[in-house]
Design a protein around this ligand. Sequence first.
Ligand code: SF4
Length: 151
Amino acid sequence: MNNILPSSKGIRFKCQGSSNCCVSRGSYGYVYLSLNDIKRFAKYFKISIDNFIKKYCSNQDGYYHLIEKNKNGNCIFLKNKQCTVYKARPVQCRTWPFWKENLNAKRWNNEIINFCPGIGKGKLYSNKEINKIANKDSKNEKLILKTTNKS
Ligand code: SF4
């Protein structure tokens, strides 16, 4: 991967509970789900995969994503700025903000830093750790693309 990171030493990040990344907005859109995410949720709620999809998912061009609660775009599982399903949250949520598409200086400095108050705080992630997370997110994207109601 050819990342252009803002610092050669890595990046500090600690979630500050702003919930910005839990609200669908512009390019930080839906929380898409792979079959693994859906299975994890179904187990968490002790319901079948089909029931989880019926109750909590919508789809965009055939790809599943979590329903949004209102016109503001709040994730259905966001309550009082807290994730109510933290242990079962999807990979897309676990890998934020170290998504491959975020890891270039232009986007990072112009958008991500302003969008997420957790950047620059807390644990210092080494570039190696960041790349590992970004790779996990890339793999997850491929799984999301395989999880479609078209097949
Ligand atoms: S599942 Fe949790 S962490 Fe992910 S967007 Fe919804 S509220 Fe936020």
